[in-house]
Design a protein around this ligand. Structure first.
Ligand SMILES: *Cc1c(COP(=O)(O)O)cnc(C)c1O
Length: 368
């Protein structure tokens, strides 16, 4: 079986983690945490990085920084992971959805203005599968109406848009360092900001709301979302080779696209002009005319030794959100089609051209 995604760790990673263990700094404080924060923030062109336990809580911290009130609204894509909608709901605010662009699979930015109301506070773009969202129209609308952008760059380490690195576009931008992400700490995440005050607040939120000055003094309620020094040690060596990681992912993307772009019955993810994605996962959409859906294609590929994963199921189709009265009667046809017809192919860093050949041959067979 060719696995859908396997981390590729090096001796340098092992040495770094071993060093952290030997140093005795094994909790959420220790020198690797700050080094990791500084290096990742610098790579993304940001002033401050706040490392946290995972990407989902990075989004939770970023959304907390908005101080949403009940009735406030945040616009986000229907086609994403629950980690985007959940912190908005937890804050007592309302997630408002837009559909995806049928070619890029990222949020259709042209729909944002239609979904805005006087209660709109923020927009949350998500760079789906490493493909950057068309940010300029969002930046324009945010500027015009005084909205904040919370950027979910959890799948897009090293991607860029109009010469600017992804993760540099939000008042707060979020990354995940889960095992299958381009940079991994096993579990982990980070919030990036430029504003010093926001950075201090995010640090307090990460650490139970402890106030500086006196220990066990809490000015506001926070969480324990700390990343350990052991995990950060892994992050530091991963960031050191980020250029090679990004290049390898792009080569994988090119290799798949070369082999699959002419295959009848398939649609591939398209990049926005000015955007360069990183192919966190290489997705394909199987057209209905083939008589197949993604589940059937996945079964056929599995029988040929190829592991795949289904796409996200839209937020408006999630029982956990619908039972709270959200999204009643709403439909997002592109997101619904992606969820039923889309899957991603093996996308590990260690994948070689021979394996990509084999996978693409299996895809062609499965479509026949
Ligand atoms: C992975 C991911 C997250 C959540 O990250 P975790 O570290 O798994 O909590 C959030 N958003 C997107 C788009 C992701 O792909």
């Amino acid at each position: 079986m060719i696995p859908v995604n396997e981390p590729l760790l090096t001796e340098a990673d092992v040495a770094s983690v071993t060093d952290a263990l030997r140093s005795g700094w094994i909790s959420g404080s220790g020198p690797y945490v700050e080094t990791f924060e500084n290096r990742w923030a610098a790579y993304c062109g940001r002033q401050h990085g706040i490392a946290v336990a995972n990407g989902s809580v990075a989004l939770q911290v970023a959304v907390s920084l908005l101080d949403l009130q009940p009735g406030d609204e945040v616009i986000l894509p229907a086609f994403t992971i629950i980690s985007c909608a959940w912190p908005v709901v937890l804050a007592g605010a309302t997630p408002v959805l837009v559909d995806s662009d049928p070619r890029t699979w990222t949020m259709d930015v042209a729909q944002v203005r239609d979904r805005m109301t006087p209660r709109t506070r923020a927009i949350m773009p998500v760079h789906i599968y490493g493909n950057p969202v068309d940010m300029q129209p969002l930046l324009d609308v945010a500027h015009q109406f005084g909205l904040d952008i919370v950027e979910d760059a959890a799948e897009a380490h090293g991607a860029d848009y109009r010469g600017r690195r992804v993760g540099s576009f939000g008042a707060a931008s979020c990354f995940s360092f889960y095992a299958n992400k381009l940079v991994t700490t096993g579990e982990g995440g980070m919030v990036l900001v430029d504003d010093e005050g926001l950075a201090e607040r995010a640090r307090r939120l990460r650490n139970l709301g402890f106030q500086p000055g006196r220990r066990f003094l809490h000015g506001e309620l926070g969480y324990n979302f700390r990343l350990t020094n052991i995990q950060a040690a892994l992050g530091v060596t991963q960031v050191e080779r980020i250029d090679a990681i990004v290049e390898r992912k792009r080569a994988m993307g090119r290799a798949y696209t070369r082999r699959l772009s002419e295959v009848a019955g398939l649609e591939l993810q398209v990049e926005q002009p000015g955007a360069r994605g990183v192919y966190w996962m290489y997705g394909v959409l199987v057209q209905e005319t083939t008589g197949l859906d993604a589940a059937e294609l996945a079964r056929r590929l599995s029988a040929r030794g190829i592991e795949t994963r289904p796409f996200f199921l839209g937020m408006h189709e999630q029982p956990a959100l619908r039972e709270r009265g959200l999204f009643a009667g709403e439909s997002y046809p592109v997101a619904e089609r992606l969820a039923r017809q889309g899957l991603y192919l093996p996308s590990s860093l260690g994948l070689d051209e021979g394996q990509i050949d084999r996978i693409c041959e299996a895809v062609c067979e499965a479509l026949r």
